[in-house]
Write a new protein. Sequence first.
Length: 137
Amino acid sequence: MMQFYFLSIVLNAASGGALLLTDGENTPEEEGRFLPAFLWRETPRLVLGALTVLTALFKLLSPLRGDIPILGDLVPAAAGLAAGFLLVFEYYRRRTTVTDEKVEKFSALADKYRKFAGFAALASSALHFLFPGVLFL
């Protein structure tokens, strides 16, 4: 569906930008304002992450007409799932009081690959916009 195609482009770009331009800890006054002010707050970032994950799932389930199911949208859907999940996990990590070894390991892994997921989401968004008919995009 064309609606999910558009949403995938917009939400992947916003999620990628949110991951790249912030570290999830600082406020806009500490780093400068590269993003709109609402993307610095926790709740809009949670909503953005949840919408990105939901759109990526629907993107896998409803391919464009004439496109190969699953494979046709694999890269933008995977990038959207990763970026959205990292934004949702960031919210969880800030709000939770549970200190589990598995959560700490995943948190270290998420911090390590945060920028990579942001670049992947931005790149897939740009390529998805520029080359709509290419397989895997």
